[in-house]
Design a protein around this ligand. Sequence first.
Ligand code: ADP
Ligand code: MG
Length: 320
Amino acid sequence: MSTSAPSAYRTAGELAAASTGLDDDTTPLARAAADTVLARQAAGQRPPLPRPERTRVMVVANQKGGVGKTTTTVNVAAALAQLGQRVLVIDLDPQGNASTALGVAHQRGVPSTYDALVDGEPLADVTTASPDLPLLHVVPATIDLAGAEIELVSVVARENRLRRAIAGHALIGSAEAAGDDRYDFVFIDCPPSLGLLTLNALVAGAEMLIPIQAEYYALEGLGQLIETVEMVRAHLNPGLAISTILVTMYDARTRLASGVAQEVRSHFGDQVLRTSIPRSVRVSEAPSYGQTVMTYDPASPGALSYLEAAREIARKGAPR
Ligand code: ADP
Ligand code: MG
């Protein structure tokens, strides 16, 4: 039985169900089989994604906690890597949740974002490979990063530290300057605040990816984020664009979720990805296995949705 409210938003899982004529009455096994088939088709039949002309540096930010920043960072990054893109994730949250989800060590003493930001170590020297995906690299965050927020206050050009670290990386930049081994995407996973760490990301990036949780207070607090972005544009990084909004933890069975999604779209228009991410237990359990849902359960609706979102991001290209 379907209780879905009518909505312009469909998750990839719903699309999968619709296109196979399955609905909620189908057995989980049949549905899983259908998903697997679709996942294979998705991987096999579509043409490869074009590489961007220059590395796209995307800041994943929203000062609200628990909206899906980290989940979005690691899964979109993993999906793009599965699709053949070269991807670097910079964990900028002292909690190190992105590092955990990507299966890389981040205890004290591990070379990390802190060393690049505070001590000026080259970014390439604190980068590590992710265990599951050859095209995905990670700069882990250790708890030391919590101190950076304070330590940086007295440092010259304190809001420019990450920008400089990124600018100094030989594999970040245009095809001409950085060559074929260049990263296609850099994702910066921000902490849930608008402090000096997030500011460094906003100064370093060209684009923002803002995850919005499909819940009642979704748009509350966004005003503050937009104000900060405008301040950064006016004084520090004129090119910064809010290129991408992603609705996360979408529950298609509730009118509330579709209402929120509509509201987000009427507010942000084309910046909102057509794909939204469903609430799914597989997505939330993947990190406890040191994995993204993209490798933990690639045929699950959450993984298919992140794959589709990643495709959309790549196809849309960088904003002009
Ligand atoms: P943030 O980084 O913005 O604080 P997280 O990505 O850590 O948010 O997500 C907050 C919590 O919600 C985590 O426990 C995560 O596993 C869970 N979560 C995120 N996206 C989903 C989803 N699509 N379905 C189910 N749980 C999710
Ligand atoms: Mg987080």
